[in-house]
Design a protein around this ligand. Structure first.
Ligand code: NIG
Ligand code: FE
Length: 401
């Protein structure tokens, strides 16, 4: 089927073909006023100005884009969408002054979600991931990554990865998220995870991730976990510098990781090291906001030439939001990124983190026809409309979703 979206107020897409975009190139967006997008099946055939619209032979479905702006379907490269239950009680306790780390140390936090996720069973997990995918899609996300990490036993970790894959997501094995209660220490748990879970996890997941932090896994444990995952063929990612600088950036560089995510605690040396490397820094400002933590040094990272992406960190404990438009608003108001930089960071650069920058993240011929249509006269409403319903609808693989 061919689909023509016509008479768009604007179409905006990160410029060029490079990925990841760094430095000044991160802020270069091509904007076409009075635009069209023509999709042929799953793929974009052409984009341009209405006055240059070619005559189209054969059947074509037309969609009226008046009053709308088209941007690439958003790419969420860091979510924890495979979870059961909620943490609304903990949220209320935090509002009354308890800290996230205290709740975690007291057996709440991640471990309370582990209990709720294990109780779901495979069908329940599938339903949860599909529900969360639909929330994300309504907010403009057409490609999502999701991590396991709330099972921490063989069955629930593998069921989480299958549920993510079957819901159309990109699965990451977060086997080293926390030490589950049936193990006395992190090393004993890693012995189990790497022997019992990794072989099958590696057949489903594309990447592996670790929570490198005080109270979770230390640098030596993270190195051991990630090296085994790399040897099993997985791309490497890290949760690092969320609360403390615990060596995540040097380790990511040493192991050739794809990304290091969070970075709220990263100092100048970390910024410099990351900028000189091929590791992308994934910034999660909604998580910093939700936990009332300092924002990551985004402006310094971009100006130093680091590759950065933006993501939601959607999860029940530290970032209960599926909205990348909200993340773009936070980027523009808290991280001092321009709307153009925010757009590139959650499209092209996020696609790079997921190893898909040649196919998604841009509106250009040959790219997948994944499009977010904004209910806005100017595409920058993506960041400007704080918390609003800015996404009118999405097109996924050439079909209205
Ligand atoms: O990215 N920091 C570790 N993991 C998640 C939070 C998980 C949770 O609190 O349930 C994060 O913030
Ligand atoms: Fe996370």
């Amino acid at each position: 089927m061919r689909l023509l979206v016509r008479d768009l107020a604007q179409l905006a897409t990160p410029a060029g073909r490079e990925a990841p975009l760094r430095g000044a190139a991160l802020g270069e967006v091509d904007v076409i006023d009075d635009a069209f997008v023509l999709c042929d099946g799953e793929t974009i055939e052409a984009v341009g100005r209405m006055r240059d619209l070619p005559s189209i032979a054969g059947d074509v479905v037309e969609l009226d884009g008046r009053g709308l702006c088209a941007v690439p379907g958003l790419v969420d490269c860091h979510t924890h969408a495979a979870f059961g239950g909620d943490r609304v009680e903990e949220f209320s306790l935090r509002a009354a002054g308890a800290s996230y780390e205290e709740l975690h140390a007291a057996g709440g936090g991640i471990l309370s979600t582990v209990r709720a996720t294990r109780a779901l069973g495979e069908d329940g997990l599938r339903a949860a991931v599909e529900r969360h995918r639909d929330w994300m899609r309504a907010a403009g996300t057409t490609t999502f990554e999701a991590k396991s990490g709330y099972g921490l036993d063989n069955d629930t970790e593998l069921a989480s990865l299958r549920a993510i894959r079957d819901a159309g997501g990109v699965p990451t094995w977060l086997g080293a998220h926390a030490v589950p209660p049936e193990f006395d220490d992190a090393d004993a748990y890693l012995d189990f995870a790497l022997t019992e879970v990794l072989p099958e996890a590696a057949a489903i997941a594309e990447a592996a991730d670790v929570f490198l932090e005080r109270g979770a896994f230390d640098a030596a444990q993270a190195r051991r976990y990630l090296a085994a995952c790399r040897d099993a063929g997985l791309t490497l990612r890290l949760h690092g510098d969320q609360f403390t600088e615990s060596g995540a950036i040097p380790l990511a560089i040493e192991l050739g990781a794809r990304s290091v995510d969070h970075l709220e605690a990263t100092g100048d040396a970390g910024v410099e090291a990351l900028a000189a490397s091929g590791v992308t820094g994934v910034l999660l400002p909604a998580s910093a906001l939700f936990l009332d933590r300092p924002m990551p040094p985004a402006r310094t990272l971009v100006d130093a030439g680091a590759g950065v992406a933006l993501a939601s960190d959607f999860n029940p404990g530290s970032s209960f939001t599926e909205s990348l438009p909200l993340v773009c608003s936070l980027a523009a108001t808290q991280l001092r990124l321009s709307p153009a930089e925010a757009l590139a960071a959650c499209t092209v650069n996020a696609a790079h983190v997921l190893g898909r920058a040649g196919r998604i993240g841009r509106l250009a011929p040959g790219f997948r026809a994944d499009i977010a249509l904004l209910d806005a006269p100017d595409w920058r409403y993506l960041a400007y409309h704080l918390g609003g319903r800015v996404v009118d609808r999405v097109i996924v693989g050439g079909e209205l979703a």
